[in-house]
Design a protein around this ligand. Structure first.
Ligand code: ADP
Length: 493
């Protein structure tokens, strides 16, 4: 039995030894596993960090892309320049997470309005330009346009105005050229500018896009202005062409009338003098007749035809003389149309001419109508022919009097306007329609009956006005009176 007990001990010891060895092996294996686990954990941690970094980058890129996309969309809309600035500054302020932005419109020397954008609420207010803004603005305006710049508030100096507009001491700003003389300045009030390169690059792209959109808008505006100017020029050219055609027509009609006058002049001359000689002869006959014996005179008077002819011949001769005098007057008027005529020009006071013409027609006007004169004092004199100008005003006043049936008002104004003396002759008469206005200055055009008008007054006036390098125009509507405007340029005389 003692042998069997020893054997059991040996077996146990061997087993313990084996177990101890196994334990050591296990411990070593565990250590190795733990080392491996640590290594794996470290790798996983590193990979996670990379993942988070790129996630953050991707989110920021997405925000930037969204910003650029919405900016492009807004710039495509046809907004006006002010609105574009409003949106651009608002979007950038949102992207930068800044508290405020200020847009200033700066003209070379006349600085004007300021807009400011309060953080978040997007409420823009237009503030008047204050003295002191120049100090803030001037340092920026020398910068190249369309570049983001950052500036320390301290470098602008201690400006009280600055602190009313901004809270931080760092500014990010952008200068945009609008015209040769106008710049817009956007100032962003920021607390830091610690952004990555890609973020700054995005701001650069935004500035380029915005600048290009503003340039496009300005080109459009310029084109619209040019188009408007062109249209005005075309209209002016059309009006000048119409005037030329009209003047040409008037001048050919005038020349025709002057030619006719020239032809009539001689026959009228000898008809007139012959009629006067005839009148003298008649007086001789009458005298001889009165010397005849009474029986012969009685015999003559008893013959009805002879007695009638004797009485009528005087009347006929008188009316012929009156008629020829009228034709002589018309011929004299028609001679005014002749361009060859050399007129006597001297320094003439238009107000004096008006007053003398009024005296001539005074009797025709004073009892029936009211006459108002508003003549400017100290008007410069013009070079002109006193008599011819008087004739123009007499024609205008007589026409006005004839146009006013009931008690009307004749208003005569003279003024110095745009280097010209402007005279307005306004009446409250019957006025005229378009068809009359179109033919008004044509020789022999009249709407009056034969005893009242020859249709020469205005055509003669037109020719006289042309000789004075002046202009005559009319504005009238049926039953609404009529205004004739005369313009005598001072420089061209
Ligand atoms: P006349 O007076 O002999 O008819 P004018 O040449 O002076 O000739 O005028 C031409 C026509 O113009 C007139 O017949 C008349 O129809 C119109 N007219 C001129 N002045 C006026 C006026 N002040 N108001 C209305 N019609 C006018």
């Amino acid at each position: 039995m003692p042998n069997s007990g020893r054997n059991i001990n040996i077996v146990l010891e061997e087993k313990i030894a084996l177990l101890e060895k196994a334990l050591i092996r296990e411990r070593n294996a565990k250590k190795r596993l733990e080392v491996q686990l640590d290594e794996k954990a470290e790798i996983a941690l590193y990979e996670n960090k990379e993942f988070f970094d790129s996630y953050e980058k991707a989110t920021s890129k997405q925000v930037q892309l969204q910003f650029l996309a919405s900016l492009t969309q807004e710039l495509l809309l046809d907004k006006n320049i002010d609105e574009s600035f409003y949106h651009f500054a608002g979007n950038v302020a949102k992207l930068l997470d800044t508290c405020s932005a200020v847009v200033m419109r700066v003209n070379h020397d006349t600085h004007n309005s300021v807009w400011s954008l309060a953080s978040g609420d997007k409420q823009w207010q237009i503030k008047p330009w204050l003295q002191g803004y120049e100090d803030i603005v001037n340092p920026f305006l020398t910068q190249s346009e369309l570049c983001w710049h950052r500036i320390e508030y301290k470098s602008i100096g201690n400006n009280a105005i600055y602190s009313t507009l901004f809270r931080n001491d760092t500014l990010l700003y952008l200068v945009v050229k609008i015209t040769e003389t106008e710049r817009r300045l956007i100032l962003f009030d920021i607390s830091h500018f610690c952004y990555g390169d890609d973020f700054k690059q995005t701001l650069g792209i935004a500035a380029q896009q915005f600048g290009a959109a503003i340039k496009r808008r300005m080109t459009k505006v310029e084109l619209a202005y040019n188009y408007r100017d062109l249209r005005n020029t075309v209209n002016e050219l059309r009006a000048t062409q119409q005037q030329l055609i009209h003047s040409e027509k008037m001048s050919s009609l005038g020349q025709l009338a002057a030619g006719v006058a020239h032809e009539i002049n001689n026959p009228i001359g000898y008809i007139s003098s012959n009629l006067n000689v005839l009148k003298d002869y008649l007086k001789i006959y009458e005298h001889a007749f009165s010397q005849l014996p009474l029986t012969i005179v009685q015999q003559f008077n008893n013959t009805k035809e002879l007695s009638f002819a004797r009485n009528d011949v005087n009347e006929l001769l008188n009316s012929c003389i009156i008629g020829v005098e009228r034709v002589t007057d018309i011929v004299a008027s028609l001679k005014t149309f002749s361009r060859k005529e050399q007129d006597d020009f001297s320094a003439v006071s238009i107000n004096e001419v008006i007053e003398s013409a009024l005296k001539i027609v005074w009797n025709q006007l004073k009892y029936d109508h009211e006459i108002v004169q508003e003549l400017a004092l100290n008007l410069p004199k013009i070079q002109g022919n006193y008599g011819q100008l008087q004739q123009v005003f007499v024609n205008l006043f007589v026409n006005a009097a004839q146009a006013m049936n009931e008690r009307g008002e004749l208003l005569i104004e003279s003024n110095f306007v745009d280097n010209s003396i402007e005279v307005n002759v306004h009446d409250t008469g019957c006025g005229m329609d378009e068809s009359v206005i179109r033919r008004l200055f044509e020789p022999f055009y009249t709407t009056k009956n034969e005893s009242e008008g020859t249709g020469l007054g205005l055509s003669v006036s037109y020719a006289i006005i042309e000789k004075h390098n002046a202009l005559i125009s009319v504005s009238s509507k049926p039953n609404q009176g009529c205004t004739f405007t005369l313009k005598f340029p001072i420089l061209s005389l």
